[in-house]
Design a binder for this molecule. Sequence first.
Ligand code: ZN
Ligand code: ZN
Length: 210
Amino acid sequence: MYKVFYFNPLRECCYVVWNESRQCVIIDPGALSQREQERFAEYIGQEGFEVKAILLTHGHFDHIFGLKDAAQRWPVPVYMHSKDRPVFEGAEAFSHMLGLPYEAYEGPIDDIMACGDALPDGLKFEVIETPGHTQGCVCLYLPQDGLLFCGDTIFRGSVGRTDHLGGDFDQMIESIKREILTLPPATRLLPGHGHDTTLEEELESNPFLT
Ligand SMILES: [Zn+2]
Ligand SMILES: [Zn+2]
């Protein structure tokens, strides 16, 4: 089970995913304003969720605006791919370039490729490496639920930008073909921006996949 929040001026999708015991993980905590951060914390509190981990699909600024705040409220492990460290480190400069405030998280970050064992039942994501949008971006797959949290790699009707640091369009399309198009067609794609979709719908209508 999951819920999506649209946060910050880039309308980034932050997801809360939980299991039957109401343990949850937070994917891409992008809440920027204090109001967004408080609304998010209220939701977690009201639902009685026990936060177990914070997972980052990649290190772009719009996906981590709320990381410092979230890690203070819920001191749990933070996971990201080590190859996205340069992108993560560049987030502050990028935010300021766009005139957005940024509070850097300076705590530890664990390797997301090894997060599986540490996560509770029902939330043991398969971490799929899909380099291209960034070099360390990943998709988080829950095969039993048919859910793929795909970050900025593929969107409804589109694919990720590759004009930022570490971006490589051909590599991204290769990753999508190799790692995403080979999943069951009914897989629900939960992207980092915009609406959810299914792999089936994208195979029919996404102009970048034909
Ligand atoms: Zn991104
Ligand atoms: Zn994004």
